[in-house]
Design a binder for this molecule. Sequence first.
Ligand SMILES: NC(=O)c1ccc[n+]([C@@H]2O[C@H](COP(=O)([O-])OP(=O)(O)OC[C@H]3O[C@@H](n4cnc5c(N)ncnc54)[C@H](O)[C@@H]3O)[C@@H](O)[C@H]2O)c1
Length: 313
Amino acid sequence: MRVLITGVAGFIGSNLAGKFLSNGHSVIGIDKFSDYYSRAQKEFNLSKLISHREFNFIETDLMWAGLEEALKNSDIIFHLAAQPGVLHSWGENFNIYVRNNILATQYLLEILKYHPEKPLIFASSSSVYGNTYHIPMNEENILNPISPYGLTKLTCEKLLELYHGAWGIKYLCLRFFTVFGPGQRPDMAIHKFLKAALHKEKISIYGDGEQRRDFTYIETLTDFLLGIIDNKKWGITLNVGGGKYITVNEAVSMISSIAGKKMDVQYIEKQKGDMNETLADIDRAAELFDYAPSFNIEDGIASQWEWIKNFYA
Ligand SMILES: NC(=O)c1ccc[n+]([C@@H]2O[C@H](COP(=O)([O-])OP(=O)(O)OC[C@H]3O[C@@H](n4cnc5c(N)ncnc54)[C@H](O)[C@@H]3O)[C@@H](O)[C@H]2O)c1
């Protein structure tokens, strides 16, 4: 199958492209190398893909030239390009989130309405839930994002519903929960903590570290995404999480034992937009797609530790 991945140079996009290529599919990848984090890490992500004969990379902003042609040459679209990160989405940064999340998605949908036979898989986020009183987070929960980033993802979800209703666009809206593993973004906690362990630096934890996170190992996610390309059920929103959670403090002690280093921790003020806990109810994904994540968090962190040592070498 011919797969189009937007945001292909990013953490999830590059791992997903590798997964499709190694399973005999061809990939067209689009990325603009946004400056949210270093171009060097994104080029490192792409370095393992770029020489593959079935990989075609287009460096462009989604809203510039190239998207229409790329769409014509694809059978399915994984739309991962976005401005990620909850904590940075306040203040004047918000316009970057509006542009790269809401406007770019609407632009893509406008082109897709002329190709309604091509399914769109959209990367949404647990951030759409906010601080919910119903844990685990179920797709039927009231959505109450507490960050501007979460709000942009929720708006994208609503746009998918609108274009599905009006133009028959086929979509799956997937809510990801704190994905980790090789290639993880440098602003994400596990990456920051492993890097600090490597360089013997102090780490800062927001609040008391007792906030709980549902961590999803990258390969669990990419295996799931590979498995849904022949899907025939559309117009559905579902959680794709690990289905269990640990506290940030527990994650730090795992990192400490994997890296063999005692972490130097300082606790700092809780950040606005940071959710108290995330936990995916994965029953819908299990029922519709036989989703059954079985990864072990320690093993996932250990493989990310190997990647961190290699990347910063
Ligand atoms: N990593 C997670 O834990 C997580 C959790 C929930 C949701 N998500 C979502 O999954 C997707 C991928 O996340 P990630 O962690 O890989 O992020 P990432 O920042 O590593 O990758 C996103 C990529 O999109 C590109 N991009 C942004 N705007 C673009 C535009 N207008 N045109 C072309 N390229 C553009 C960036 O350059 C970047 O390489 C995002 O939509 C994110 O919101 C991620």
